[in-house]
Design a binder for this molecule. Structure first.
Ligand SMILES: [Zn+2]
Length: 1075
């Protein structure tokens, strides 16, 4: 009888669901049928303990992290694998591992497996870090390859530096609060032989399984994949090499079918996201970098086309300092194109809260380092995990050598899906960078068929650009790709049923997009993250530290520049003053480090904040010292300042670019200035017309007195309300500290507080997010709050004529209270609320609310070198999703003719809805830092009513003055640098084009010849101004944030000034060469 071809299948066809269960069981990592599946065959011949694996240990005392050299000098005690546990959390234990190959492993590859449920680093006996190890089941990396071919009685020795923390620290609950007493056991210290052919089959099956079930299940490819999987299970006999060969033939044949020419193209880049501090402190990060990057160097050697990228220049600098061998190896691989330097910023910083200058310095520090150590800058800005992206970033990036931007964080939006994948991100000034948000929605991709498929289904712009970037590897706690990722990638480069996915550099991905796309959509303004809105407020001390440091270092740079230039003009004398380049650089590095995206936003553990606060204190203390030194030199020159510090003159330093008058509070040292008004040990004095970027010296007899009828007053009305009043404004308060009425005497607007409402309403909201405690305040918190108004304690505490003040206190709970001094000065056009809070709450959110008689449909917020308008209504879900937003020094609510700005000196969270304007003051999340924000807080805010809309107002200027106080020195002498006469730099008209930073150029090398000015247009309109200086200017180049030399020169006007034309929100860096 002739055989039928094709033959008759004599078994029934298997229903889909049953077939899927069979396949899942076969590939499962555990479960009741594990012993019949493929996974139990991946490793064979397991051996541990004496005589093959001998362990000895040195327990490092006091949670110290010591060097290899220190460690190997210690006495190691022999230990059995299960003898005891190791801890507590954050402690370090150095193991020496001595191995003798068992007879049965001779002529085989041998792998050492180590699992302590924690992180470790393998060191050679001569002190070379070889690779990282990660225990546990999640993101595991447990294999260290000893040899591909063991010989008889072969011996191996190495060290493991075991850290008693997991990849994600030592948190043990959802809140991620660290457990200080975790102990770890050695679960595995085994020798095994890898069963390479079964491993190969296993990886094949994983890909085929993905095609079968994670792509379009109705496609012919998916259905064939199911058939092949089932057939392989039918053929599989674990100890029979012929059966395994048959299976491999089936799987290889299936995977050999390649995809078509029009297939989606994915560039796969290996990466490990290492949070610079988060659920662990900075010091652990330094070791995470070594563990992660040594593992990647090892994989680069083992997989010939593997490409890896790492950002965060601070991490490179740590590595260079602590692990120079690894650093050199990275430099070599970078040259070979296998290691891509990326990002360009000092750390992956938050971009909501750092100032404009901070954003510039992140790039200046980062790119300069890359240039110095790798001979090049990066063109790609890399910020996959930060919590939203400032609308001023595109311009900062363009001026820092970055044309491309990568992130994915907007996929975390919990209200609206972000509509674009590959697009022109357009800043508030219209600068554009090419942006890509990986459609895989993760920077820790696992290289699975489902992720590749998602790159096509979730790509919003595939009709414009048929490409995506897959950023893969274990991350957040570091790690990076493991061999399994690379095995999967190897099989998916070109296989029918999946997009093409090839290893490559990120820069090449972007260049491909550029070369192969006809058009792309554009997206204007900030990339607001609809999530993590609590991070503008959590860990208030970090926010305060950040603002203080930014303000002080600016003073230091300007005054040091001035002192250095003063010295240049006095070259006849031997000067002791030099520009503190090194110190300033070091302080900026600390400021930038603390702006990391889990530090400044407040989402780290308490242990991380010990360092963060320490660094901020260091910056503040050293900045004050440097400022004083510069001021001394400016005041006393070479004459020295001994004996001259007391006296009857007061020197006022104005580091803002316009003339200022203000009330200054001077410490009393038996000196009587105008003898008019005192508070405690301080006397209030009025200082008038201090020129911008200058110093003015006032002899005591020149300090004016304020006539009582010209001064400010505090008084109680017959009706019981309290009034603060000067010649500009009048505010009326009730005894609870709430603002009842506000009048601007230069306007006919009448009472600015709408009838029936109030201002300075202190509100306490219940603040229970859905999961991420320190990060999130949720939309429903707005529905549940109480007003703090039980105490009617307000009293007059100062009654002018220079400063009038009302003081009150409200209890927040039995443990917490707030006390405020509400004040107005005789010159003041704003009312200040100086607050002290004792805060011991749990899941409560403190805010203050003001209501204004203003009808508009947007509010204006201060951001970096510009402002942003956001809606003040909930029309669409895009609007309501912005129920809490980030603003820097002010938020303004104006109609066409009038407005009020709410200023602050260290806060970042605002909420404006219709007529009400709220400033977020304090939160009280309990994880990952269970003590976040507990204790004493001090902060200030102010209300500034103004004629005209925001654009015609002085709000920017007022907010800067509110944040940058005049500084003073008492003296009886003044050498009087002529450089200051009247101003070092000024722009006419002042206030719209603003000079922010004044510093010596990076390449000035203390010559005092090259000065950098950072200037910006603050209101969003084309503006013209004239720059003048008291210095002898040779040339002015239009440079950029990296201070590059250009041929673009400004020419001087006839009268010596330089005309500047700025476009809206333009950042202009001028490089000034002095004669
Ligand atoms: Zn992160």
């Amino acid at each position: 009888m002739a055989t039928l071809k094709p033959s008759v299948d004599i078994t029934p066809k298997i229903p889909k669901n049953i077939e899927q269960s069979r396949i899942n069981n076969f590939l499962a990592p555990n479960g009741q049928f594990y012993s019949m599946g493929i996974r139990q065959g991946l490793w064979t011949e397991r051996h541990s303990g004496d005589p093959y694996v001998k362990l000895s240990v040195y327990d490092v005392p006091d949670l110290k992290r010591i060097t290899f050299k220190e460690a190997i000098g210690q006495k190691f005690e022999p230990i059995q694998q299960h003898q005891r546990s190791f801890g507590p959390s954050w402690s370090t234990h150095w193991f020496k591992v001595d191995i003798i190959i068992p007879e049965v492993m001779v002529d085989h590859p041998v792998v050492f497996q180590w699992d302590m449920d924690s992180e470790g680093l393998v060191w050679s006996t001569d002190g070379i870090p070889l690779q990282g190890l990660t225990g546990g089941d999640d993101q595991a990396r447990q294999e260290y390859i000893l040899t591909q071919n063991a010989t008889k009685d072969q011996e191996f020795s190495f060290y493991i530096e075991a850290a008693c923390n997991g990849m994600f620290g030592v948190g043990d609950n959802d809140a991620m609060v660290p457990d200080p007493n975790r102990y770890f056991n050695i679960k595995k210290a085994d020798l095994v032989i890898p069963a390479y052919s079964i491993q190969k089959l296993y990886y094949d099956l994983v890909i085929i399984q993905g095609i079968a079930y994670d792509t379009n299940q109705d496609s012919s490819r998916a259905r064939q994949a199911v058939w092949v999987l089932n057939e392989i299970i039918n053929q599989f006999i674990i100890n029979d090499p012929t059966s395994i060969d048959k299976c491999l033939n089936l799987s290889s044949e299936f995977l050999a079918a390649s995809n078509g020419e029009g297939e989606h193209q994915i560039t796969a880049i290996g990466h490990c996201h290492i949070d610079t501090a988060w659920l662990w402190p900075f010091d652990e990060t330094k070791r995470k970098v070594a563990r992660s990057w040594s593992s990647q160097l090892d994989l680069i050697n083992r997989y010939p086309d593997y490409v890896f990228t790492a950002s965060q220049v601070q991490q490179y600098e740590w590595l260079e300092e602590l692990y120079p061998d690894l650093f050199r190896a990275i430099q070599e691989q970078e040259k070979l194109g296998r290691w891509e330097i990326i990002g360009g910023s000092w750390v992956e910083h938050d971009t909501n809260m750092p100032s404009g200058e901070s954003l510039c310095r992140q790039m200046l520090l980062g790119q300069t380092y890359f240039e110095k150590k790798f001979g090049k800058r990066t063109n790609v800005f890399w910020l996959p995990d930060s919590f939203g992206y400032s609308g001023q970033l595109p311009q900062v990036l363009k001026q820092s050598g970055c044309d491309y931007f990568f992130t994915q964080k907007l996929s975390w939006n919990n209200i609206n899906k972000f509509p674009l994948t590959t697009f022109w991100w357009t800043g508030i000034d219209n600068s554009r960078v090419l942006a890509h948000l990986t459609p895989a929605d993760t920077y820790n991709a696992m290289v699975t068929p489902s992720e590749l498929y998602k790159c096509t289904t979730n790509h919003h712009d595939i009709e414009y650009s048929n490409r995506s970037l897959l950023v893969y590897g274990n991350g957040d706690g570091g790690g990076g790709p493991a061999p399994e990722h690379l095995e999967r990638l190897k099989r998916m480069k070109n296989v029918d049923g999946l997009p093409s996915c090839k290893p490559g550099q990120v820069i090449d991905f972007f260049k491909n997009v550029e070369d192969n796309s006809q058009k792309l959509q554009a997206y204007k303004g900030e990339l607001y993250l609809e999530f993590h809105r609590g991070t503008y407020t959590t860990q208030a001390l970090v926010k305060r530290g950040n603002r203080q440091c930014e303000v002080l270092i600016r003073d230091v740079e300007f005054l040091s520049t001035a002192a250095r230039l003063f010295h240049s003009n006095n070259i006849s004398k031997q000067s002791s003053y030099s520009y503190p380049t090194k110190d300033i650089n070091r302080l900026w590095k600390l400021i930038c480090l603390n702006q990391f995206h889990d530090c400044l936003p407040g989402s780290g553990i308490g242990l991380a904040y010990v360092d963060v606060h320490k660094y901020h204190r260091e910056v503040i203390y050293e900045s004050l010292t440097l400022r004083r030194k510069a001021q001394d030199y400016i005041l006393f020159g070479e004459e020295g300042h001994e004996k001259k510090q007391s006296g009857n003159c007061i020197a006022i330093f104005n580091t803002l670019p316009w003339t200022r008058s203000d009330i200054v509070s001077m410490p009393e040292k038996n000196t009587h200035w105008s003898d008019q008004q005192w508070k405690d040990e301080h006397e209030y004095i009025i200082v008038e017309s201090v020129p911008g970027f200058s110093v003015a010296v006032f002899p005591s007899q020149s300090i004016p007195r304020v006539e009582p009828n010209e001064g400010v007053r505090a008084y109680q009305q017959d009706s019981g309300e309290f009034v603060l009043e000067n010649s500009h404004i009048k505010g009326i308060f009730n005894s609870r500290g709430q603002l009842l009425e506000l009048y601007d005497k230069h306007s006919n607007r009448g009472n600015l507080v709408p009838s029936g409402s109030k201002g300075n309403i202190l509100q306490l909201y219940e603040d229970v997010p859905t999961y991420w405690d320190a990060w999130d305040v949720e939309i429903y918190h707005l529905q549940k709050y109480k007003i703090l108004e039980n105490n009617e304690s307000l009293k007059i505490s100062a009654n002018g004529p220079l400063r009038a003040e009302l003081t009150f206190r409200q209890d927040i709970s039995k443990d917490s209270w707030i006390e405020q001094n509400i004040s107005l000065t005789c010159l003041g056009t704003f009312i200040e609320f100086d607050s002290a809070v004792e805060w011991h709450e749990k899941h409560q959110f403190l805010k203050t609310e003001f209501n204004w008689d203003i009808i508009t449909d947007f509010a204006t917020y201060d951001i970096q070198y510009g402002v942003l308008r956001r809606p003040n209504h909930y029309n669409s879900t895009l609007d309501s999703a912005r129920f809490e937003v980030c603003g820097h020094k002010f938020a303004d609510l104006s109609d066409a003719n009038y407005g009020v700005a709410l200023l602050n000196n260290c806060k970042y969270g605002y909420a404006t809805h219709e007529k009400s304007q709220r400033l977020s003051l304090l939160r009280s999340p309990k994880g990952p830092d269970e003590n976040a924000d507990m204790g004493r807080h001090k902060f200030k805010y102010a209300i500034f009513p103004h004629n005209g809309n925001f654009e015609s107002s002085d709000v920017v200027r007022k907010a800067l003055e509110f944040n940058v106080p005049l500084s003073y020195r008492q003296t009886n002498y003044y050498a009087g640098p002529k450089t200051f006469s009247p101003s070092l730099f000024s722009i006419d008209p002042p206030g719209r084009i603003i000079i922010d930073t004044v510093k010596l150029a990076e390449n000035d090398q203390d010559q005092g010849k090259t000065v950098i000015l950072r200037i910006y247009e603050a209101y969003g309109g084309q503006s013209r101004g004239t720059l003048t200086s008291s210095l002898n200017i040779n040339t002015i180049q239009i440079s950029n944030i990296l201070e590059d030399d250009t041929n673009n020169l400004l020419t001087a006007d006839k009268d010596g000034g330089f005309t500047l034309n700025l476009t809206p929100f333009q950042i202009l860096t001028l490089k000034i060469q002095l004669n």
